[in-house]
Design a protein around this ligand. Sequence first.
Ligand code: HEM
Length: 452
Amino acid sequence: MSSAGPPGPGTRDLVTLIPGAIRNDPLESATTLQDHYGDVVKFPYHPSIGGSGYLVCHPDDIRTVLQTDQTKFRAHDTRAREDFKVVMGDGLVTSDGDHWLRQTRMITPMFRRHSVERFCRLFVDEARRAVAELEPGDEFELLRECKRIAMRIIGQALFSTDLEAREADVYEALTTLREGFKRRNYAPVAAPLWMPTPENRRIHDAREVLSTVAEELIAERRDDPEAEDDLLALLLTAEDRVTGETMTDEEIRDEVVTFIVAGHTTIAAALTWAWYLLASNPAAHRRLHDSVRDVDLDSPSLETMGELGEATRVVEETMRLYPSVPLIGRETKEPVELGGYTVAEGSTIVISPYLTHRDDRFWHCPGAFDPDRFRDERDPDRHEFAYFPFSAGAHMCTGREFAMLELPLVLSAVVAERRWTFADDTVPDVGPDFSVNLEPDTEIRMRVDEWT
Ligand code: HEM
């Protein structure tokens, strides 16, 4: 084990060496850090938190962080997570310790594959509804359309309402939060969120919009608890099998806001990138169409997924290139060995699906969009931790089964009927923009075409 500690830039190097740091682009900065310094890089963490950050890139070490030594890490002490807490309170994404354990015991069963199978029909219906609203020749903005589909789905799955009446407010609130958090995250010094600056007021107002939507829907349901058979009904009746306790309205509100944020922005981003990649790769687009056009999607179930292998691989490959959550943070609770170095207690650890998914030691031609690489036989020896879009270990994404039914089914239902191409027939120059989730850095205009 080395006593020198991992290599990395000092604060001055960070600014002069790394254009991404100047442009406040964390993914470009992380890529440059790995290129310059290797698999474990020490970097000065955000000035408002202080202490050292470590970028950890090798799948062996990612396994250590997420799985083997996971109890040595706190799940959230990065700056971004603290900000998220203002919005999602003590929901699953932002809590830890005993509260998280109790909530996860109650909530995880709702998201098992067999439990979320009943939403398959919803996924197809909402995709078909989106198709029906667009005539061939119509143009639209891709991310906005994918957000609309994802929002309607999470609204129906949670509350049995498509949030239509509140969609504009929720959309605006989420956009405000995304932009506000991005500015805060990149500012050398950001005012604590309790200070009444104009930016902080906007963030709190946006949080209030989401909380109010959740509180109103919970209150309506408390008046008529038998009304629906959706995730809210399950949250209202969930009992902790260890203590027999149920959740308070505040706890349910935090989980509901968590599901609205985590369950819709991630999906919308992944759908957007999938269509961007398909429209950029007409042969793959055509192949997906051919693979789904004769599949009966009228009563979709887990069995149907067996016929949607191509769509599932397109989704997997999309999330390799553009994982919705491209950076995952942890904090060490005790010294940990990573890559042959000892990392001290209280350090921030950053791992990046975005980086490791594009590492040519583990992926052949990593920049190419090639859904076939997810055929079982193609790369049987690939490192288990070279691919982790949903993370791993105890904090692995709660909604992964939901997502892995929703995304292939929505894609299939749309692609079976329509071709979505770039509005001006040329591939736009699009890069990733990271705040909360990985979205395109520019608008993508699309056109609806018929298959010929
Ligand atoms: C493309 C789709 C999605 C991706 C790529 C994704 C990815 C992730 C990742 C990387 C984490 C962080 C885990 C960690 O800190 O180690 C996470 C956590 C979480 N996700 Fe997702 N997610 C997606 C969709 C969803 C959906 C649809 C829901 C719910 C309806 C959801 C709910 C959650 C929750 C509750 C957590 C917190 C888990 C915990 O800490 O216990 N996600 N997700």
